[in-house]
Write a protein that binds this ligand. Structure first.
Ligand code: FAD
Ligand code: SF4
Ligand code: SF4
Length: 483
């Protein structure tokens, strides 16, 4: 091992510089700058090259992290890119938006005494550099296999599967109801975490590989699921989860109370240059408003930080548990606090105030009780602790459930779990319908981009195995018939 590794004892952790708060509050550009070559190399050299790398074990893609860190430390960036892209279809995206504190970096063994290696920032640096230097090439196959695959959903699960299957030699068609490719990476996650050009750049590359995108096609009402199955040898369902969990109570139907995704889609579309109904009229724009966001996950963090950038008068996040029990990434909470968001912990809404439209939220303080069956502490209201917050825009960010897919697809034989997620055989990724596979959030419930990529890759490998076996069986049958 070269001397230049194990530098964590000498070199402190450095993350890429963050833009200062005043400038980043005023635009939607990404907040982290990129490492330059000396910093990337120095930070990569902090890795102690563990024999059992816990970082890789806790990366959903089992990335060969110590290998590409070492190559980066040695300045062998093209090789670092080759190793990094061998296990991850979109490393520059994961480097930007994975909650590293809960995954690779949170499990880096030097984390306890010395602060973890900045794995995500190095991963992003490697692939951004590879794009700039022309090392990223479309996944063109060596030979066409003749089979055809239909993928429903152009989010990370569908796109990762599409790239893997195209590389193997299949004709790949991806159908999406939206007009742009990327799923939640284009319309959910805001530009200040993931600039849209990064996603559009991937689309161009996938098209260059020969993948055909059919945007604006809503499978079910637009194109029947049966027709789609008839067009292809195998189908992948990667439709994500989009039914927003709602909140009841007095005043819950007042104008000015909006679901998180409608709010974020309007903001992202506006940033992409679209004219969005509701945005210009102010229904989905926080400018000058007192904003209350309800929820404590990553979606809520994206909403509060979007509201700050839109020029809201005040932005509060109402969450019924405390900071330690929040599902959202701590890094995003810290970013939101720096940008001026006020967190109202241990508080839940009881009613929405106002006549013609919402003007406030009445809330009650909560305290954490005993753990429930899932091990999570229950929350109980504190008697007589009511208070009100002014709000002329309330954003509900309470999570998402799957839509009724058997109903939407007119296919009762498609088995779903009691939560509505599509049931698959966990080894073959096949649903209850032969030749129909599923991956991503529609199988696991609302999760992460990195898990969607993992599922898409695994499903693609299983689809390939199934199509080969099917073709072999058909060939054998034809041979028997001919004899
Ligand atoms: P999706 O990305 O949801 O893509 C599904 C696609 O299917 C969509 O494009 C949809 O239009 C299409 N579709 C659905 N039904 C049909 C149909 N009938 N016909 C045609 N097309 C259809 N994860 C992270 O790792 N880091 C983050 O920082 C992060 N932030 C997030 C912020 C927000 C606001 C949200 C909502 C999620 C965030 N996530 C984050 C989660 C992450 O985006 C998802 O886990 C991931 O995108 C799931 O990928 P998927 O491919 O399964 O589905
Ligand atoms: Fe870490 Fe995500 Fe990269 Fe894996 S994909 S190494 S979890 S940033
Ligand atoms: Fe390097 Fe940390 Fe991974 Fe060990 S756990 S190999 S120190 S990044």
């Amino acid at each position: 091992m070269p001397d230049r590794m194990l530098q964590f004892v000498r070199l402190p952790q450095e993350t890429p510089p963050k833009r200062d708060v005043a400038t980043r509050r005023a635009d939607f550009d990404e907040i982290y700058r990129r490492f330059d070559i000396p910093h990337a190399s120095a930070q990569a050299s902090r890795c102690s090259q563990c024999g059992v790398p816990f970082c890789s074990i806790h990366c959903p893609l089992s990335n060969h992290i110590p290998d590409w860190l070492k190559l980066t430390a040695e300045g062998r960036l093209e090789e670092a890119y080759e190793v990094s892209s061998a296990t991850n279809n979109f490393p520059e995206i994961c480097g930007r938006i994975c909650p590293q504190d809960r995954l690779c970096e949170g499990n880096c063994v030097i984390e306890k005494g010395f602060e973890s290696v900045t794995i995500g920032a190095v991963e992003r640096f490697i692939t951004d550099t590879a794009f700039e230097r022309g090392w990223v090439r479309p996944a063109r196959p060596r030979a066409e296999l003749g089979g055809s695959v239909g993928i429903i959903g152009a989010g990370p699960a569908g796109l990762a599967a599409a790239e893997q299957l195209r590389r193997l030699g299949y004709a790949v068609h991806v159908y999406d109801r939206h007009d742009r490719v990327g799923g939640l990476m284009i319309y959910g996650i805001p530009n200040f975490k993931l600039e849209k050009e990064i996603v559009l750049r991937r689309r161009r590359l996938l098209e260059e590989a020969g993948i055909v995108f059919h945007t604006g096609v809503d499978v079910g009402p637009g194109l029947s699921f049966a027709d789609l199955r008839a067009r292809h040898d195998a189908v992948l369902i990667a439709t994500g989860v989009y039914v927003a969990r709602d909140i009841g109570g007095p005043g819950a139907g007042l104008p000015g109370i909006v679901p998180a995704l409608s709010y974020l889609i309007a903001s992202n579309r506006t940033g992409l240059g679209d004219t969005v109904p509701g945005f210009a009229e102010g229904t989905l724009d926080a400018r000058g408003k007192d904003v209350v966001v309800i929820g404590g996950g990553d979606t809520a963090m994206d909403c509060v930080r979007t509201a700050v950038r839109q020029g809201a008068a005040s932005v509060r996040c109402l969450y019924r548990r405390d900071r330690a029990n929040m599902p959202g990434s701590m890094r995003e909470v810290r970013n939101a606090e720096e940008e001026g968001v006020e967190f109202v912990w241990l508080s839940a809404p009881e009613a929405f105030l106002g006549d013609a439209r919402v003007s406030g939220v009445r809330a009650v303080r909560m305290h954490l009780g005993l753990p429930d069956a899932s091990g999570r502490q229950s929350v109980e209201p504190v008697e007589g602790s009511h208070f009100s917050l002014p709000a002329d825009l309330v954003v509900k960010a309470l999570g998402f459930d799957p839509e009724d897919l058997p109903g939407a697809f007119g296919e009762d034989a498609l088995a779903v779990s009691r939560w509505g997620t599509v049931k698959v055989d966990h080894r073959s990724f096949m649903t209850s319908l032969p030749g129909v596979f599923a991956a991503g959030d529609i199988v696991r419930g609302a999760s992460l981009v990195v898990w969607a990529i993992r599922d898409g890759r695994d499903a693609a490998a299983q689809m390939h195995a199934w199509m080969r076996q099917n073709a072999a069986v058909q060939n054998a049958a034809m041979q028997v018939a001919a004899e």
